[in-house]
Ligand binder design. Structure first.
Ligand code: SF4
Length: 109
């Protein structure tokens, strides 16, 4: 592969807006009657120093609150499972897949 082409590929990978553009192509059938993921106890988040869910969720479903708790919204979840793994110290995330017919529909595989 020519160096110029390699650099173009690398630039594409390092484009910080690339993931947002790809996520925008997906569609969601949100289940309004059932959240497939939830924070079990919001007060437990106050004990968690790193709050890795905020930094690691690719869909930014977790947001820090001024009081130290974490706000979660499941509507844009891409069902990657990352939050389930990173909350290993307090095990404070209840995680299931959406019911059949609900959730994300990928457009780019
Ligand atoms: Fe975010 Fe993935 Fe957890 Fe969904 S499963 S909330 S996309 S980290």
């Amino acid at each position: 592969m020519p160096i110029e082409s390699k650099n173009q590929n690398r630039a594409r990978i390092l484009d910080p807006a690339a993931i947002e553009r790809k996520l925008a192509l997906n569609t969601f059938n949100v289940d309004r009657d059932r959240a497939h993921i939830r924070i079990i106890d919001h007060d437990v988040c106050l004990q968690c120093i790193r709050q890795q869910c905020i930094n690691s969720c690719p869909a930014t479903c977790y947001a820090p609150q001024e009081d130290g708790r974490v706000l979660f919204s499941y509507e844009g979840c891409v069902e990657c499972g990352t939050c389930r793994i990173v909350c290993n110290e307090f095990d404070n995330v209840e995680w299931t897949y959406p019911r059949g017919g609900f959730g994300i529909q990928y457009r780019l595989g």
